[in-house]
Write a protein that binds this ligand. Structure first.
Ligand code: SF4
Ligand code: SF4
Length: 128
């Protein structure tokens, strides 16, 4: 299960992901992270049966946590199968099927948003 975590890095706050790993023993896979001196956003993956434990522990530590059921949304009625999203995606989420229709491996998506701007038909949106 994927979780999108937003946290602040104010004075006295420790590294939240490391704290959660230490406190819960859950191994966390960090798929994407953007962190500066004051705040951070991380997309993490945890085992489904430990998702609630990780979410609750992070929330207690002051983070805002969203459980992501899906990757990027594709509006198939808007898609013209141009392939622009295929080359821009760093995770190879998109490809063509044998009939040159766009297909997705949604579970690979890390919600970086790069494909949204690349799509000429606004067929892609974030799930949040
Ligand atoms: S949001 Fe990023 S990872 Fe997900 S499909 Fe778009 S470009 Fe690929
Ligand atoms: S860029 Fe947009 S219109 Fe083109 S294949 Fe991807 S989703 Fe479809």
């Amino acid at each position: 299960m994927k979780l999108l975590v937003n946290f602040s890095r104010g004075k006295g706050r420790g590294p939240i992901i490391a704290q959660v790993v230490r406190d819960t023993g859950v191994l966390i896979n960090v798929e994407r992270a953007v962190i500066d001196s004051s705040e951070g956003e991380a997309l993490i993956e945890v085992p489904d049966d430990q998702c609630k434990l990780v979410r609750d522990t992070m929330t207690r530590l002051g983070a805002k946590v969203n459980i992501l059921e899906h990757g990027i949304n594709l509006n198939e009625s808007e898609c013209i199968d141009c392939g622009a999203c295929i080359s821009i995606c760093p995770r190879e989420v998109f490809s063509f099927d044998p009939e040159w229709k766009l297909k997705m491996a949604e579970e690979r998506c890390v919600l970086c948003g790069k494909c949204i701007d690349a799509c000429p038909h606004k067929a892609l949106t974030l799930p949040l």
